[in-house]
Unconditional design. Structure first.
Length: 495
């Protein structure tokens, strides 16, 4: 699992580390890693020697990193030009190193560049880019390099114009650097994995500068990875049966939306639970498509379960509200999705949920979040998800391109496996079913939510290999995604 830290915690760690090493050590470590990656990128474009490199240099340490990296590239034969945003505040040591290596200062954007190094603003920046940086960044798409191709853009630590702690774009995407590669130092920052700014970071490379032992605070985010889900995955023992593996109940679908019941059942059946029960008006369609599911017409007749999933396509009439309250009265974990969230929003969600002894997972997209909270999540999605989690004493899975999973205590999880292909009807029903199966199988709620989002994202990517996808295709893609996962988890359990 990869953690990401807030600016204040990174600054504290850097200060503690710098007290133990000679002055300038961290900048030289950062510049060495930065120059190495730039050289590798230029090697794919004809080589370092003779390549035209443009440094966009801000007044802070990021400008110094860029200058020292540029000096290393100039020493290898690159034609390096540095364009300072504030000429009177250029890092003096970095500038001297660049000039000594054969680099030069310029006052305007050149017409050509093979690589652009964005050292305008680092983790200490806030707000949008100021003149002349905004004008320089807006003109970058006009540059061309060897053979007329656009230059590769490398951001130093974070793309300039992105809020580091949130990934927000204060002045919009046009006033931020769109990087092909971001070389970040010491640790990940939230903007590289969450928020609108994460899409501007490109490929992220982490350079070790010795910061790890000094990062004493809790990270702001944890990024779910394959190895995490393998470690969490429930592995049935030789004495297991369908009941001990977990029973998940579904209260989804309706006469108007029977597909929601079918899709949530498909998601649940793909997961590790041993049995799926369905309670609702679409029971005939469910058992016809999924004969292993035990069906009934209402929650009261469904029998015992270890977790409930409620809301996908359920409707919002009095009968749906009655079923929601029946689910909430059960002493087991509950996933509330779609129409269940709309029903919650008709009253005080916090007052209704805080009294439950068993966990609740809420799965809103942005419009459902707005109904629950009275306003959209806004640019700080970590804070938004955490606020709702605290209000409802629940785990919140805030859907999006980078889905955030938050608890009242933190830190939050973020899922980076998602794809825009999942923005189609019914995929959330599949996610809810899989999440319910993971809860029924015994995973703690935050891990169940993080694992479900991660696997759902992988299934979406697999289904989208050949173009636009449907929710049915995402559900079908879950099985080939989960098969190697289950094998790896079982192998690890035997060791």
């Amino acid at each position: 699992m990869r953690p990401a830290w807030r600016v204040a915690d990174v600054r504290a760690a850097e200060a503690a580390l710098m007290a133990t090493v000679p002055p300038g050590t961290l900048m030289q470590r950062a510049a060495a890693g930065l120059a190495r990656r730039c050289a590798l990128l230029l090697a794919d474009r004809g080589g370092v020697y003779g390549a035209r490199v443009l440094l966009l240099v801000g007044a802070g340490d990021n400008g110094g990193d860029a200058l020292y990296a540029g000096a290393r590239l100039a020493a290898r034969g690159a034609a390096v030009a540095a364009l300072p945003m504030t000429p009177q505040r250029v890092h003096t040591g970095g500038l001297a190193a660049l000039v000594a290596a054969g680099g030069r200062l310029v006052s305007e954007l050149p017409g050509y560049a093979d690589l652009v190094l964005d050292g305008i603003v680092g983790i200490g920046g806030s707000g949008g880019l100021r003149p002349p940086a905004d004008r320089m960044v807006a003109a970058l798409p006009l540059l061309r390099g060897r053979d007329g191709v656009r230059p590769v853009v490398v951001a130093v630590d974070v793309p300039s114009g992105v809020e580091v702690d949130t990934g927000a774009l204060p002045a919009g995407p046009e006033q931020a650097v769109r990087a092909d590669v971001t070389v970040t130092f010491g640790c990940l920052k939230p903007a590289l994995v969450v928020g609108a700014g994460a899409a501007l970071a490109g490929e992220v490379e982490l350079v070790d500068i010795g910061l790890d032992p000094w990062l004493r605070a809790e990270p702001a985010l944890r990024v779910t990875e394959w190895a995490d889900v393998v470690g969490w995955w429930p592995v049935p023992g030789p004495e297991a049966d369908k009941y001990t593996r977990g029973v998940v109940g579904l209260v989804t679908g309706s006469a108007a939306y029977p597909g929601a019941a079918l899709l949530s059942a498909a998601g649940a059946l793909a997961g590790p639970a041993g049995l799926v029960r369905y309670a609702g008006s679409a029971y005939a369609e469910v058992v016809r498509r999924h004969p292993s599911v035990i069906v009934t017409g209402r929650v009261a007749d469904a029998g015992r379960v270890q977790a409930w999933v409620c809301g996908s396509g359920l409707g919002t009439d009095a009968a749906a509200e009655e079923e929601l309250h029946a689910v909430l009265a059960a002493p087991v974990p509950v996933v509330l999705d779609a129409d269940a969230l709309t029903l919650l929003a008709q009253g005080d969600p916090g007052a209704l949920l805080r009294g439950r002894r068993a966990p609740v997972v809420l799965t809103p997209h942005d419009r459902e979040y707005a109904r629950l909270c009275g306003a959209p999540p806004g640019p700080d999605r970590i804070a938004a998800a955490t606020a709702l989690a605290r209000r409802c004493d629940a785990v919140v899975l805030l859907k999006g391109d980078r889905t955030v999973i938050a608890t009242a205590e933190g830190p939050a999880y973020v899922n980076v496996s998602g794809t825009p292909a999942l923005a189609t009807a019914g995929t959330g029903d599949v996610l809810a079913g899989l999440l319910g199966a993971l809860l029924a199988a015994g995973l703690p709620p935050v891990r169940a939510a993080a694992a479900a989002a991660y696997l759902h994202g992988l299934a979406g990517r697999r289904a989208a290999r050949h173009g636009p996808v449907t929710a049915v295709e995402v559900a079908e893609a879950l099985r080939p995604v989960l098969a190697p996962l289950a094998v790896e988890a079982a192998t690890a359990a035997r060791k």
